[in-house]
Design a protein around this ligand. Structure first.
Ligand code: NAD
Ligand code: UDX
Length: 459
C-alpha cells in the first residue's frame, strides 16, 4: 500500500520504517530540512535500538523515502498518517497547530479519496478539527463536495527505547472510524494495512473516533497514576521504615494489580506522560470537570523530580558551593537519547543553582543533553561552566562528594564498586532508580540513599 507519514520524529520515523519493512511503499515528510537531510544521507536523527537497520534496508530497496516536498507527500499515500508533535500549550492543553497545519496541507493538494490517520496523541474532538481544516482548504479550491476523505484515530502506544519492538509486536491496535460510507472505506483500508499484525490473533480494537482518541490519554494517565502513587508510597515508606521494593513485590503479585509500572523513582519524564496527563486534565476542565486525581499525579511527579536534590541537601546542606558531585544518566529513561522532561534536568538545576560543580555521564544522550542544557541554562552561563561532560562513567566520579543516579542504564547496574569507591571522594550514592540493594551497599561500606528504602540503609 502507498503510505505517507507526516512528521518524521520518534513516532513518524518508527511507523514509516516499520510499515515499509512490512512491504508498504512509504513516503516520510518533515518540515525540518536538517532532519530530512540526515536521513537522506543515511543517518538517523534519534537513538532507537534496531531502527537504523530497518531504515537502511528499506531505503536501499526504495520502499522508504524522506522529503520536505508537501505536494509530493500528499500525492503519494492513499493513507496519510499525521504524526507531528502535540506539545503542551501555555495552559497545558495540547497545542494542535502542527496537526492542523498538516491537515491544511492535505486539503491544499489532495485530488482523490484519502484516509487521514491521526497517529499523534490528540484530545477528543481533534478528528473533527482535522476534518474541518481539510474541508476549508477543499472549499477554497471549490472541491469540497466532490473530493472525499475520512479521518481515522489510530493512537500510538510505542515506548521509546523499545519502539521498533512495540510497533512490530503491538499488544493492541486501537482504531476509531466513522460509520458513514467514507468511514467504511477507511476502515477497509486500515484493516488491510494492519492485517500482518493480526495473523496469529486479532489485536485490533475497532471503536468510534472519540473513544479511540480518549483511549490513548486514558492509558497514559493510568500508567502515570501508578507511578505517582508508588512514588507517594515510597516517600512514606522512607518515613515509616518500610521497604518499597518489598511492598512492590507484595502488591504486584496480585494479578489485579500486576508487576509492571510500579517502580518508585525520581519521577517520570519523557515526551508523553507529563504532557498527556496535563492535557487530559485540561480537557476535563474545559468540560467543567475537575480531574482531582490527575492534578495530584502531576503535582506528585513535579515534587518527585526534586527528591534526589532534597536528599542531597539534607545530607550536605543548603549551600553546595565548592562541592562537587557526579551524575550518571541524563536521558529520561534508558535506551534513548531523549531529554524531554528528564528528571536529570531538575536535579542539575538544583545542584548548579546551589553552587555545586557537577560531572555528568550518559552512554548515548550526551550530545542531546549538551544541546538541551545549554538552552536550560542560557541565562546562567556561569552555572553552565560548572557542568562537565565526561565520556567515561568512572571519570565522572573523580573527586566527587557523592554519586547521583537518575537513569537506569544497564552499564550502571553492576559497576565495579571498588573502582567507584576509589574515584569518589567519599563512598556516598543517591540512587534515583533503586538499582542497588541497600543492605549490600551498606555491607561494602557505602552510604546509600534509595527511594523508599531507608529502612535498609545503615550507612
Ligand atoms: P517529534 O517531535 O519527535 O516529531 C514530530 C515531527 O513532526 C518533527 O520532526 C517536526 O519537525 C515534524 N512536523 C511538525 N509540523 C509538521 C508539518 N506540518 N509537516 C510535516 N512535519 C511536521 O514528536 P514525537 O515524539 O514523534 O511525537 C509525535 C506525536 O506522537 C505526539 O503527539 C506524541 O504525543 C505522540 N506519541 C509519542 C510517543 C513517543 O514515545 N515519542 C509515543 C506515542 C505517541
Ligand atoms: C510512554 C508509554 O509507556 C507509551 O505507551 C506511550 O506510547 C508513550 O509514553 P515512554 O515515555 O517512551 O512511553 O516511556 P515509559 O517506559 O513509559 O517511561 C516513562 C517514564 O516513566 C520514564 O521516565 C520512566 O523512568 C518512568 N517510569 C516508568 C517510572 O518511574 N516507573 C515505572 O515503573 C515505569
Amino acid at each position: 500500500m502507498k503510505i505517507t507519514i507526516i512528521g518524521t520524529g520518534y513516532v513518524g520515523l518508527v511507523t514509516g520504517a516499520c510499515l515499509a519493512e512490512l512491504g508498504n511503499d512509504v513516503f516520510c515528510l518533515d518540515v525540518d530540512e536538517k532532519k530530512i537531510a540526515i536521513l537522506n544521507n543515511g543517518g538517523i536523527p534519534i537513538h532507537e535500538p534496531g531502527l537504523a537497520e530497518i531504515v537502511a534496508r528499506n531505503r536501499a530497496v526504495g520502499r522508504l523515502q524522506f522529503s520536505t516536498d508537501i505536494a509530493a507527500s500528499v500525492a503519494h499515500g492513499q493513507i496519510q498518517f499525521i504524526a507531528v508533535g502535540t506539545p503542551p500549550d501555555e495552559d497545558g492543553s495540547a497545542d494542535l497547530q502542527y496537526v492542523v497545519a498538516a491537515a491544511r496541507n492535505i486539503g491544499k493538494y489532495m485530488t482523490d479519496f484519502k484516509v487521514i490517520v491521526d497517529k499523534s496523541t490528540v484530545p477528543v474532538g481533534t478528528a473533527d478539527k482535522v476534518s474541518a481544516a481539510i474541508t476549508a482548504e477543499l472549499a477554497v479550491r471549490k472541491l469540497a463536495t466532490e473530493t472525499t476523505f475520512s479521518v481515522v484515530s489510530n493512537p500510538e502506544f510505542l515506548k521509546e527505547g523499545a519502539a521498533v519492538e512495540d510497533f512490530m509486536r503491538p499488544d493492541r491496535i486501537v482504531i476509531g472510524c466513522n460509520d458513514d460510507t467514507a468511514g467504511e472505506n477507511a476502515r477497509a483500508l486500515m484493516k488491510q494495512l494492519y492485517t500482518p499484525f493480526n495473523r496469529n490473533h486479532e489485536r485490533t480494537y475497532w471503536m468510534d473516533v472519540r473513544s479511540a482518541e480518549f483511549t490513548k490519554y486514558a492509558a497514559n494517565a493510568m500508567l502515570a497514576t501508578r507511578i505517582s502513587f508508588m512514588n507517594e508510597l515510597a516517600n512514606l515508606a522512607d518515613k515509616v521504615g518500610a521497604d518499597i521494593e518489598a511492598v512492590r513485590h507484595g502488591i504486584g503479585s496480585d494479578p489485579r494489580i500486576g508487576h509492571s509500572f510500579l517502580y518508585a523513582g525520581c519521577g517520570y519524564g519523557g515526551s508523553c506522560f507529563p504532557k498527556d496527563v496535563q492535557a487530559l486534565e485540561r480537557t476535563a476542565r474545559a468540560y467543567g470537570q475537575d480531574l482531582l486525581i490527575l492534578r495530584a499525579v502531576e503535582q506528585v511527579n513535579d515534587r518527585q523530580k526534586h527528591v534526589l536534590g532534597n536528599k542531597i541537601v539534607e545530607r550536605f546542606g543548603e549551600d553546595l558551593s565548592g562541592k562537587h558531585f557526579a551524575l550518571w544518566g541524563l536521558a529520561f529513561k534508558p535506551n534513548t537519547d531523549d531529554m524531554r522532561e528528564a528528571s536529570s534536568r531538575v536535579l542539575l538545576g538544583e545542584l548548579l543553582g546551589r553552587g555545586a560543580t557537577v560531572a555528568v555521564h550518559d552512554p548515548v544522550a550526551m550530545a542531546e543533553a549538551r544541546r538541551v542544557l545549554e538552552l536550560d541554562f542560557a541565562n546562567q552561563p556561569e552555572a553552565l561552566q560548572r557542568l562537565r561532560f565526561c565520556e567515561n562513567q568512572m571519570e565522572a566520579l573523580e573527586g566527587a562528594e557523592a554519586l547521583a543516579i537518575v537513569t537506569e542504564w544497564k552499564n550502571y547496574r553492576s559497576p565495579d564498586f571498588e573502582q567507584v569507591r576509589k574515584h569518589l571522594k567519599a563512598p556516598v550514592i543517591f540512587d534515583g532508580r533503586n538499582l542497588y540493594e541497600p543492605t549490600v551497599m551498606s555491607d561494602i561500606g557505602f552510604e546509600y540513599y534509595g527511594i523508599g528504602r531507608s529502612v535498609l540503609t545503615r550507612g
